[in-house]
Design a protein around this ligand. Structure first.
Ligand code: 13P
Length: 382
């Protein structure tokens, strides 16, 4: 028996040596390499744990800081990251991994401690965004692919030495009458498979993020259909590139209606569409699924994650979070660039981490007012 994940999110992993040795036609990873990758992936999505995505590029951080009237300087970016990373031990049981941006990996807290050390000292795994952003895919109706393969092997080797054990690569697909095209689906699937195989060579667990944007007026069924189509291509490419699935995590969008869709759906409907799409396309060998929040409000993302974990279908993977905005929005609003707000802002982050930890186990009961706004930005670039 490889692993079982109960509906409450308990992962009971018993992987025999024989399974690590299962041969591919052109084996690229040793038994020890596979074991290391699988164990890293399991640690990140241990029961009750998910990921803090704090890997906004300089440009994306600029948009965030602009919303609260703070200038986009290296020092201000450092201070906000410090708000998150100085959370106390309450987050140790909620956060299994933190994704860094290159700049942040080399930054320190006020007292000179490197951020990477602060995170590792909590027993949290360090990850790094390794893609270099989206670029136009010529010959399509405004679609994109993601760049960053050049020099990736060398960068992975360096990041592993710095202490990173997992990586993130984001691809973006759009829903419209003419998109996503088969060409964009296949190109993005291939680039994610190439990235994954390069990471694994260096002992780095790849997080595979094929994000389908929530822009548009499409309904839930349409998003489910497109999600199934995209994930089918992703796992075909992973197979062709001999990616070791047990040493990967998937970071998909939840299946939700487009932001301009007039029909509203309950968290249970979102959960059923999401789990159905995953069951049809994601091999059970994949260790975990860590959803992005994609511009949902903090509360909506948590309620949907909770419903996903309570969905009455068999779910062979850990189903958790890798949220950016839905873990940071309240902290950012509370901080507003003022030193005296730092502690209160950190408390906001801890609160969301605790709520999402419960949601990743299907144990969260909503008891506040849901008056928040969506954190939605059209055509969002990370
Ligand atoms: P959001 O949760 O804000 O969508 O971001 C997650 C992420 O890492 C996107 O690449």
């Amino acid at each position: 028996m490889h692993k079982s994940v109960s509906s409450s999110g308990d992962t009971n992993e018993v992987m025999t040596l024989k399974q690590f040795e299962m041969a591919h036609h052109f084996p690229t990873l040793s038994t020890d390499q596979k074991k290391e990758l699988h164990e890293i992936a399991l640690r990140i999505v241990a029961p009750g744990k998910g990921i803090l995505a704090a890997d906004e590029s300089v440009g994306s951080m600029g948009k965030r800081l602009n919303q609260i009237g703070v200038e986009n300087t290296e020092e201000n970016r450092r201070q906000f990251r410090q708000v998150l990373f100085s959370a106390d031990d309450r987050i140790n049981s909620c956060i299994g991994g933190v994704i860094f941006f290159h700049e942040t990996l080399y930054q320190t807290a006020d007292d000179g401690t490197r951020f990477i050390k602060m995170i590792k000292d909590k027993g949290i795994t360090v990850g790094i965004k390794v893609d270099k952003g989206v670029v136009p895919l010529p010959g399509t109706n405004g679609e994109t692919t993601t760049q960053g393969l050049d020099g990736l092997s060398e960068r992975c080797a360096q990041y592993k030495k710095e202490g990173a054990n997992f990586a993130k690569w984001r691809c973006v697909l759009k829903i419209s009458d003419s998109t996503p095209s088969q060409h964009a689906i296949e190109e993005n699937a291939k680039v994610m498979a190439r990235y994954s195989s390069i990471c694994q060579q260096h002992g780095i667990v790849p997080i595979i993020e094929p994000e389908i944007l929530p822009d548009g007026d499409h309904d839930l069924k349409c998003c489910q259909f497109v999600t199934e189509k995209v994930l089918t291509a992703v796992y075909k490419a992973m197979f062709e590139h001999h990616v070791y699935l047990e040493g990967t995590l998937l970071k998909p969008n939840m299946v939700t209606p487009g932001h301009s869709c007039s029909t509203k759906y309950t968290p249970e409907e979102v959960a059923m569409a999401t789990v159905t799409a995953l069951r049809r396309t994601v091999p059970p060998a994949v260790t975990g699924v860590t959803f992005l929040s994609g511009g949902q409000s903090e509360e909506e993302a948590s309620l949907n994650l909770n419903a996903i974990n309570n969905c009455p279908l068999v779910k062979p993977w850990a189903l958790s979070f890798s949220f950016g905005r839905a873990l940071q929005a309240s902290a950012l609003k509370t901080w507003r660039g003022h030193r005296e707000n730092e502690n209160a802002a950190t408390e906001q982050f801890i609160k969301r981490a605790e709520i999402n930890s419960l949601a990743s186990q299907g144990r969260y009961t909503f008891c506040g007012d849901n008056s928040e706004q969506f954190i939605y930005i059209s055509n969002y670039a990370y």
